[in-house]
Design a protein around this ligand. Structure first.
Ligand SMILES: NC(=O)c1ccc[n+]([C@@H]2O[C@H](COP(=O)([O-])OP(=O)(O)OC[C@H]3O[C@@H](n4cnc5c(N)ncnc54)[C@H](OP(=O)(O)O)[C@@H]3O)[C@@H](O)[C@H]2O)c1
Length: 316
């Protein structure tokens, strides 16, 4: 169990990371523990954390040096690898430290992180999360956790009822939690794809997108209702000054991971293949300020409708 004097660090303050770190800092403050030390590529994004009593650090190396448990929430495998290289080459002692990555990265990236940190006497816990940014802000994420069971027991009190509602423990093999997360995103991205197809069908046939959404909510519940709303409210292409909830680039990364793993195991995921190609087309047409639900924009274009809907932004 994390002792109250243990020093906790955080790197990564994007859509997900800021809300998670704020919840963690609030918890540390209530417990009278040392404040969270945080950093981010754009450090200014940490102002709300600083206001909550956390301590900014110039870079990841400083966070690592001054912390016993280090959480990361960054965009992709390359960034995680860069951070680990910095930690491994900075020269400070790493033995006994626990690194907890909550991003979505490939199982092989987790295995490599675990091996490299293990050689320095540190522990790597792979802990991707389920839930979008409002869920992160509400402290209700589901954590898919794998790695040393002893280290998992240590970090549990920093997760359950702090940043998350529950932990699914996937065992000591760090690849497993990443595999679960990627499987989950096969579902999420595919749901967005099929709802987009149905919503375009509703529009071109004159059925009406509101009526279909009412049915989706009644029949399939609040999660698929919220996916439909990301399409119909125009959140798939938000105003340029509003970051997307789950960026198309991040969903594309997850889809590519899933497809390459499937190929390696001799299977295919055709729905995801279509979704990835529509996401790619959406990014080429509308740029990177689009949500993973922007498969809808491409589906609209393929049906002869404009990419932009009456509720989305109207261009770049
Ligand atoms: N959004 C979701 O709904 C959701 C849900 C579950 C899991 N995830 C996963 O969680 C992770 C984070 O997602 P997010 O939505 O929070 O992404 P995001 O808003 O794009 O934030 C990405 C974070 O990574 C940092 N970063 C990017 N490139 C970097 C670089 N080259 N060097 C250092 N830092 C870099 C960003 O720094 P800056 O602030 O300086 O840009 C930011 O802190 C991803 O792996 C994603 O797949 C997302």
């Amino acid at each position: 169990m994390a002792s109250p004097s243990q020093r906790i660090g955080w790197f990564g303050l994007g859509s997900m990371g800021l809300g998670m770190a704020l919840n963690l800092q609030k918890h540390l403050r209530i417990k009278g523990s040392p404040p969270l030390r945080y950093s981010n590529r754009s450090l200014s994004k940490g102002q709300p954390l600083k206001d909550a009593g956390a301590i900014p650090e110039d870079d990841f190396e400083s966070v690592v040096q001054k912390s016993d448990i280090i959480f990361t929430m960054i965009s992709n495998d390359d960034v995680l690898n860069e951070l680990l290289t910095k930690a491994l080459t900075a020269g400070g002692p790493l033995a006994g430290k626990i690194f907890v990555d909550t991003s979505t990265v490939h199982p092989d990236t987790c295995a490599s992180a675990s091996q490299q940190l293990g050689e320095k006497g540190a522990v790597f816990i792979a802990s991707p999360v389920f839930g979008a940014s409002p869920v992160a802000a509400a402290g209700k994420l589901i954590f898919s956790v794998a790695g040393s069971s002893e280290a998992v027991e240590t970090i549990k009190p920093l997760i359950v009822d702090v940043m998350g509602r529950s932990i699914i423990y996937m065992g000591e093999d760090v690849r497993k939690s990443s595999l679960l997360k990627i499987s989950g995103n096969i579902l999420v991205i595919s749901f967005l794809e099929v709802i987009s197809e149905a919503q375009v069908f509703a529009e071109v046939t004159g059925l009406g997108t509101e009526q279909l959404e009412q049915f989706i909510g009644s029949m399939f519940g609040p999660v698929l209702d919220s996916y439909s709303k990301r399409i119909t409210t125009g959140a798939y292409a938000p105003p340029l000054d509003t970051p997307p909830g789950f960026a198309a680039a991040l969903a594309s990364k997850d889809a590519k991971h899933a497809l390459s793993i499937a190929e390696k195991h001799g299977t295919r995921i055709p729905t995801l293949e279509v979704a990835l190609s529509r996401l790619t087309a959406a990014r080429e047409y509308a740029g990177e300020s689009i949500d993973s639900a922007a498969v809808y924009g491409t589906a609209r274009r393929e049906a002869g409708l404009p990419f932009w809907s009456e509720n989305s932004r109207q261009g770049n």
